[in-house]
Ligand binder design. Sequence first.
Ligand SMILES: Cc1cc2nc3c(=O)[nH]c(=O)nc-3n(C[C@H](O)[C@H](O)[C@H](O)COP(=O)(O)O)c2cc1C
Length: 156
Amino acid sequence: LVRIVDAGIKAPSGKNAQTTEFIIVDDRDIIYGIALIAGKPFIKTARAVIACVVRPEPVYHGLSFEAEDCAASVENMLLAITALGYSSVWIDGNIRLDGKAAKIGSLLRIPPPRYVRVILPLGVPSETQTQAEKKPTRERAFFNSYGGDENHGKRL
Ligand SMILES: Cc1cc2nc3c(=O)[nH]c(=O)nc-3n(C[C@H](O)[C@H](O)[C@H](O)COP(=O)(O)O)c2cc1C
C-alpha cells in the first residue's frame, strides 16, 4: 500500500504544490462505512481503500490545480496497482453526488477546506476484466492540425 501511495506522491503537480494527500484505509469497519456511504456494495470486499484528499490552493496567477494534481496521482497509483497484480477503480463521479464526499470526509476526519476527491478501492481481482474499448488512435490523435496533416500526407 505504501509503494502504491509512493507512486501517487511522485506524480507531478502544478508549481509542485503537492496538493493531494492520501489516506490508506485498511480498517474493515471504516471500509464498510465508505461502502455504505458510496452505495457501492463491492467496496465492502476491497482489502483497502485509498482516499485522495485535495486542497484547493491558488498557486499560479490565482489558478488552483487540485483536480489535475489529484488526477496525476490517481493515474500513477492505478498503474502501480496494476503492475503489482491488484485491481482498482477510479471512483470520483459517484462520491461527488448527494454529499457523499463530505460524509466520507467526516468519517476520515479530514479538516476543511480539504476534501475527498477520489477513492480507490483495491484488492486481488476475483476475475479478470478487459479494459473498456477505446476508439482507434487515428480518430483521436492527429499530426499538425485537427483532422490530420493533409499537406504533408501525414496521417495516423
Ligand atoms: C474522472 C473519472 C471519474 C470516474 N468516476 C467513476 C465513478 O464514480 N464510479 C465508477 O464506477 N467508475 C468511475 N470511473 C471509471 C470509468 O468509468 C472508467 O475508467 C471508464 O469507463 C473507462 O474504462 P477503463 O478504465 O476500463 O478504460 C471514473 C473514471 C474517471 C477518469
